[in-house]
Design a protein around this ligand. Structure first.
Ligand code: 5GP
Length: 210
């Protein structure tokens, strides 16, 4: 019954720990492919081009937009971020469940284009922990931390557009919950229309042959 993979969008406030969550999900299970986004933001800490992101100049990024190479793109706190199309399509066709770790504007655009997309939102247990994580990371100025906190407050208004919310209190538990939600999604009747049609046909054939 294994067919095309599921497209999954994971969003969450900066500092929700969703990066670590994604890393664990990829390490612990085989059937996922994590899409690597393009961005005009500068590499942070030990980030490597082609691993965390494809780092682009604004000119390069705008060329990707013009050539229709992105499924979606958005501006987030002064930089472009976008999802390259080719990898996602390849992986879905090969049966992998593809995860896009993107912010809310992009998430809604993906859902509009592909209504069967599963939308997951990750949040820390409370706002204090969020700020502590952002400051503790030590890679951003206080000004950027404040901008990201403001953005989080705006994003909180959009959570109801998502299918599921995950509270990232205990990392391992959260990884497991995410995996279970995605696995259950495979058994939705709407995702198994071809199988349902086939078994219906077979049963009709049997009745006629009685
Ligand atoms: P960061 O700069 O912390 O790596 O990412 C900032 C925000 O951009 C995060 O919410 C992240 O999920 C989002 N983001 C990363 N890649 C993409 C993308 O391809 N498209 C969109 N719309 N958002 C993205």
């Amino acid at each position: 019954m294994k067919t095309r993979g599921i497209l999954i969008v994971v969003s969450g406030f900066a500092g929700s720990g969703k990066g670590t969550l994604m890393k664990q999900l990829m390490e612990q299970y085989d059937n996922y492919a994590l899409s690597i986004s393009a961005t005009t933001r500068k590499p942070r800490g030990a980030e490597v081009d082609g691993k965390e992101y494809f780092f682009k100049t604004t000119e390069e990024f705008e060329k990707m937009i013009a050539q229709g190479e992105l499924i979606e793109y958005a501006n987030y706190v002064g930089n472009y971020y976008g999802t390259p199309k080719a990898y996602v399509e390849e992986q879905l066709a090969s049966g992998k469940d593809v995860v896009l770790e993107i912010e809310i504007q992009g998430a809604l655009k993906v859902k509009e284009q592909f209504p069967e997309t599963l939308l997951l939102f990750v949040t820390p247990p409370n706002a204090t922990i969020l700020k502590e994580r952002l400051v503790g990371r030590g890679t951003e100025t206080m000004e950027v931390v404040e901008m990201r906190m403001r953005r989080a407050a705006e994003e909180a208004e959009g959570i109801l557009s998502y299918d599921y919310i995950l509270v990232n209190d205990d990392l391992q538990e959260c990884v497991l919950q995410m995996h279970h939600i995605i696995q259950s999604e495979h058994y939705k009747t709407a995702r198994n229309a071809a199988f349902i049609q086939q078994i219906g046909k077979e049963l009709k054939g049997n009745v006629k042959g009685e």
